[in-house]
Design a protein around this ligand. Sequence first.
Ligand SMILES: [Zn+2]
Ligand SMILES: [Zn+2]
Ligand SMILES: [Zn+2]
Length: 255
Amino acid sequence: MKITLLGTGTSQGIPVPMCACRVCSSTDPRDKRLRCSALVETNGLSILIDTSIDFRQQMLRANVRRIDAVLLTHHHFDHLFGLDDIRAYSSAQGELIDLYVCPESEQEVLARFGYAFNRPENIRWGLPALKMNVVREPFSLRNGVEVTPIKVGHGRINIYGWRIGNFAYLTDCKTIPEESYKKLKRLDALVIDCLRYDEHPTHACLRETLSYIERIQPKRAYLIHMSHDILHAELESTLPDHIRVGYDMMEIVVD
Ligand SMILES: [Zn+2]
Ligand SMILES: [Zn+2]
Ligand SMILES: [Zn+2]
């Protein structure tokens, strides 16, 4: 299984327009962050986590040739609003593309993109063509790929992280409920929210992120959703070897 981090930045992206801070003006390419999204390639499937607002640019940059399914973590604009551009894939593939969401996001997604769902004629009209799947339990995609939703707390709402095999992706998580830890055992790789150094009401800060990694005990962990508080090289130099600061187009291979 190969995971490509298509974007690793917070909702504004880095650099932030009009900001002259040391991270926004850094020349290190690892400090240039599009909005969070990841591509998981496994068992012949190409699975997209979130359709970020930078979706089009990310698909072109990573040369993504197919999307078999979209796993949406939640409906916030940075994770969802690139959805319309999936029309290129539903048209080329000639089929509805399955989108999987948590119950709390279903109506929010339909309010913005209702025209894109459950209408086979959209394929012919060149509109985005998707099938809505609200999931509460683990489910299987084609080729025997098992996907487990992992509930996490994101301020006032509960959203999903996703587990596929021994890989898990937890973005925008302030808290992890007790029941979710049971689903995060024996991970080879964990990708997890780390917004900044100081606490935040809806995202994990560095101290919280490290405490979650300590409890989950994955073999390797990668931090994402970073703000312009975090200079890649500076934070990475303080972390143990098994915890890395994610960057755009980073590839993670899991057996
Ligand atoms: Zn976000
Ligand atoms: Zn800045
Ligand atoms: Zn969010």
